[in-house]
Each structure stands twice: as structure tokens, then as C-alpha cells.
Ligand binder design. Structure first.
Ligand code: HEC
Length: 266
């Protein structure tokens, strides 16, 4: 296998450190877009009532519920259920009638296609249902989702250790995926650990990744509830590269292609 191009990667990382200026610019862009899309929303959609009521949750308890749920409904659904089952008990509707099990299809990066990992996908569904979508003037749901994507890509996973692990692993191998893709995240871990996809170890690793992600999204939502949420993600492939994407272009492209960029006038 060819070595990833670390130059592009570290450059992007440095660009990510641009900091608040970039975040503010992203926020402004979202707000403008929000204004633009509002009329479209009024015509075509039903039932927008945001924010959904949120009560602060215990991240550890949430992660424990998520870990157990993984063994029933897998990553995306486990993350959603770990938050919504508790909110169903604390606040009731709309959580009690929300069909979380419908999201089992997020497993394996969407029905086994290895695209976006179900854990960040589930966390982002949670954040956007609670806070509201950017087109309804709620950019924070979108920003928390952005934070989750970058955090997931950079974290040494799995982070969370369940109180009662299903299998006894003294020291679980941790890997950084540098990607929110299931295929990349699971693949790097399998390569480092030597455990195949169907092994009990790989399954427990993914249950812990889901639990780690549930923990993180609750931390962010608790901050938001307290009015002290600050976006942490600073990267925008669209802005920096003129195409949707993750930050480490060089890991897949030997020569990073340049998509057509808009002219100054457009
Ligand atoms: C996870 C792997 C992966 C990452 C990361 C990635 N790409 Fe790609 N990209 C691909 C694949 C696969 C294709 C299609 C095959 C091809 O043409 O190389 C593609 C196609 C493209 C194309 C279409 C034109 C072309 O030459 O193929 C552009 C432009 C592009 N990528 C730009 C980028 C940029 C810029 C980044 C970083 C912001 C990036 N890509 C990150 C995998 C990736």
C-alpha cells in the first residue's frame, strides 16, 4: 500500500488552526444561506418545531446506554437511541414517538457500503433534530455536526471504556482514522489490530466508537444548553478546495486534482 501524502494533510491541519476568523466567516455564510433558503422551506415542508426540548444528560450514562444498544441496533441507531431514550423519559414527546430504530440502515457506513460512519451520522441527526436545521436559521445544529465530523476524524478511537465490557480486552488498539468514512475508520483499525471484520474484538471496538461519539455529542449539546457552546471545527473543503471533502486529500490522491473554481465575478 502506498504511504499517504502527509504534506497535504499537515498543511490542511495548519489551515484548520486559522481559528475564530474562519469560524465566524463560516457562520456568516451559513446565516446568509439560511436567509436564502427560508422561503423554500415554508413551501415544501411540514412540522418544523425547533428547538426540540433538551435537558442536559450525563455523557457517561449516555455512552453506557449506547454501548449496550450497539449490540442490538448498531452504530447510528445506538447513538440516536442513547440520547432520545433518555429524553423520552425526561421530557416525553416528541421523543417518545420518534422511530429511532428506523435508522438501523446507518450500520456499516450505510447498509454496509462503508461511506460515512453511522456514529457521526447518528450524532448529527440528534444535534439537528434538537437544535434545528440551518435553513430554519439554526446554524448551531449544522456547526455541531461539523465539529463531530472533524473530532471523529482526529480522535484516537475508541476513547470510551465501558464499565462492563462484553469482551475482556486488556488494552484495546486505538487508531486515528483521519476520515469520517466507515471503511477507512474500520479498515485502519483492522490493519493495526489484526482483527477481521466479523471478530468479537472489531464489533466491540465499533460499539466503543459509537459510545465515544454519543458521549461527545452530549458534551456539545450540554454546552449549547448552557449557552457556552463554541464551534471547534475550522475546516471547510468547499472554501479551501472548491469541492466537498475531508481535509486529507493526499491520502487518496497522489496528485490532488484541482476542481474548477468560481471566477472572481461569479
Ligand atoms: C477517501 C478518499 C478521497 C479523499 C480523502 C479525497 N478524494 Fe477526491 N476523489 C477520490 C476518488 C476515489 C475519486 C475518483 C477517482 C479519481 O478520479 O481519482 C476522486 C475524485 C476527485 C476529483 C474529480 C477529478 C479527478 O481528478 O478525479 C476531484 C476534483 C477531487 N477528487 C478533489 C479532491 C480534493 C480537493 C480533496 C481534499 C479536499 C479530495 N479529493 C479528497 C477519493 C478521495
Amino acid at each position: 500500500m502506498e504511504k499517504p501524502d502527509k504534506i497535504c494533510h499537515s498543511l490542511s491541519r495548519r489551515q484548520m488552526m486559522i481559528g475564530t476568523a474562519g469560524v465566524l466567516a463560516a457562520g456568516t455564510a451559513l446565516t446568509q444561506l439560511g436567509g436564502m433558503l427560508k422561503s423554500a422551506q415554508a413551501k415544501g415542508s411540514t412540522n418544523e418545531k425547533w428547538p426540540w426540548p433538551y435537558e442536559k444528560l450525563d455523557p457517561v450514562k449516555t455512552a453506557e446506554i449506547c454501548y449496550e444498544e450497539w449490540y442490538r441496533v448498531f452504530c447510528g441507531c445506538a447513538v440516536i437511541n442513547s440520547v432520545f431514550s433518555q429524553l423520552g423519559e425526561k421530557v416525553g414527546e416528541p421523543y417518545t414517538s420518534f422511530p429511532s430504530d428506523a435508522f438501523v440502515f446507518l450500520e456499516g457506513g450505510m447498509v454496509g457500503w462503508g461511506t460515512v460512519c453511522g456514529s457521526p451520522a447518528g450524532a448529527n441527526i440528534v444535534a439537528n433534530l434538537i437544535i434545528g436545521p440551518r435553513i430554519a436559521g439554526s446554524p448551531e445544529g449544522h456547526q455541531i455536526a461539523n465539529d463531530i465530523m472533524q473530532w471523529y476524524s482526529e480522535a484516537k478511537m475508541p476513547i470510551f471504556k465501558p464499565a462492563k465490557p462484553r469482551i475482556a480486552i486488556d488494552k484495546i488498539v486505538t487508531t486515528t482514522s483521519d476520515s469520517p468514512l466507515c471503511h477507512v475508520s474500520v479498515g485502519k483499525w483492522m490493519e493495526a489490530s489484526g482483527h477481521p471484520l466479523k471478530s468479537a474484538e472489531r464489533k466491540d471496538r465499533c460499539a466503543r466508537v459509537a459510545a465515544s461519539t454519543a458521549y461527545r455529542v452530549v458534551e456539545l449539546l450540554n454546552d449549547w444548553k448552557d449557552g457556552k457552546y463554541e464551534p471547534t471545527a475550522t475546516f471547510s473543503a468547499v472554501k479551501e478546495h472548491g469541492i466537498t471533502g475531508q481535509y486529507n486529500c493526499g491520502e487518496c490522491h497522489n496528485d490532488v486534482p484541482s476542481p474548477p473554481m468560481p471566477s472572481e465575478k461569479s
